[in-house]
Design a protein around this ligand. Sequence first.
Ligand SMILES: [Zn+2]
Length: 686
Amino acid sequence: MKNSIYLTIIVLAVIISGCNKQKGNINYRNNPEPLYTNAYIRLPLGTVKPAGWLKSELEAQAEGLTGNLDDFWPDLVNSSWHGGNGEAWERGPYFLDGLVPLAYLLDDERLKDKVNKWIRPIIASSSDSGWYGPSQNRDRWPLAVANKVLMQYYEVTNDTNALNVLMKYFRYLHSTPPDWPHKDWRGVRAMENAVTGYWLYRQTGEKWILETIESIQKNGADWTTYYEKFPWDSTAAAEKKIPHDGTPEGMTAHGVNNAMAIKYPGLWYQQSKDDRFKNAVYSGIKKYDLNHGQVAGRFSCDEHLAGNSPNQGTELCSVVEYMYSLEELYEIFGDNRLADRLEILAYNALPGAIAPDIWSHQYDQQSNQVLVSAAKRDWSSNGDYSNIYGLMPNFGCCLANMHQGWPKFVESMWMATNENGLAAVTYGPSVVKAKVGKGKNVTIAEATNYPFNGLITFTISTDNSVKFPIELRVPAWADSVEIRYKDKVVSFKDKTWIKLTEKWKNGDQIVMQIPMNLRYERRFNNSVAVSRGPLYFSLRMNKEFKSVKINYDNFGYKGSVDWEITPLSPWNYGLLTDMRIPMRGVSVEEKEIGKLPFSDRGDMIWSADSGKYIASQNDAPVIIRTRGIRIPSWVMKNNSADVPPLSPVSPEGDPEIIELVPYGCARLRITEFPVMDITLMEEVIK
Ligand SMILES: [Zn+2]
């Protein structure tokens, strides 16, 4: 009976929202007034699907941990979120936050059955008060994650029961006193609720939802002032003054909190429309890069902010959370720098920390990672097991939370524009089936080997010709792009967006060529990182994989999934590179790409025959050959490569040809290289 009353309320609310003033797209809801009209509109889950190698990556996830973890990890097997008597906090919702989109992006019935096994009890747990989830949990934090799960579930199923649970919970938040203590996760991450809150407002137009979000913004941790002042700078890191405790100050130095919170002022900007909050986002990103920046788009977070030395680590949770923050921020601001960064994280830091078969992951990844082992390292506060590829190295949060990375990235590759068109936000093999113009269905298939190659072909399928704009992002690293469509060839320079408004007919193609030029970037101690397109490149090393069972039970999984990796070839090279002429003395080889998952290339793969990880028969997708000279004095310190010696370095030995492969394909790597003093070696690299 109660359910039917709530259903009626929701149906009425949805109808009312039709009367609510909303600018922009008529097919997909942007923010109704009084909120800011966002730059773009995220498409409902399932509108964008993966293709090519990206689909294989998601299939590997389905065959790996995401598709199997809840069959053997006690925290999920016995989870109180689906009626067990075990873990009742964040791990169930974290896992579902990746499982739900993965199941529906792959249309995988086995995974959908798993989703239902979890979602039914969650929906049934909704109480008269509006609270939901396991009865023994009274902490609002895991519900902030579960909210996002129900939001996604509703988008693909239209199950109004899920919407109903969320409406009741937001009513609960609206009618109860604020409970957002700044020393607890629920208070530090309070604005995570705003993601679902604004989504609910777009669905229903109910004004009290905005009052709820305003209360959360005012009573949760103040990240805006934090980004303006940014107390944890390089000096604080060097002087070891960054707190590692559970005080409100310590919580602001916690890396994953930072990765999540960078979107909070941006979320609030939708309601406040005050530039102070927008500026805080950009200020925060800039300060991360300046003080804690790492290659692959990351900032150091081993568990806390730790400066920008390339031997510091970055926790996998912070990679997937930073990605999600950028996806949300992009929708609001439509700033291509945010999408550039999102691609860099997705195509470097994400595969870099996960084994190709997606059965093991690192808690902390490093730019200069020359030994993966259980040993003490210079982490700010993490344990000795943090950089092994394992089932649950260090804490279990990443094992629960890593699953959202790829699926949510795919979801956000395309967005709707306010002119009833579509925007290609990030590139990769994908298919979008969406409504454009006055409600016409179109499909755009994006065929590409991006990020390994810059050629992208979009093919449009439509029953009838339809006029609508297609917007194509121009990455900031691209000097120019060339577009061919409808017998036209156009080159663009100094553009951030290309908008093609045409009457598109079935079979029309747009061919985009983004030049993948080599770039050098100055890093720690004047070292250099090499990148090409959105990919960073790392020294390829010979290595040995050793199965270990260190500190953590493999929970009955049939194979061992904990691995140490030791180098079998030297790593202490300086680059002999002419920074003024990037390609001088350098060659680039692109290999056949095919449909192999990104990371299943040129590195470790699981051999069922021998029961261990062996070198992959599939070479790296792109190989850069250049010259390096060994620097004998550059050695290990505390089980990591010591910081690179200050460049330029005087050459002592003979140049050798060295190979660089994508960061995401290199389980061991040097990515921040010292550079040799080229003035002493002009003859060699002619
Ligand atoms: Zn984690």
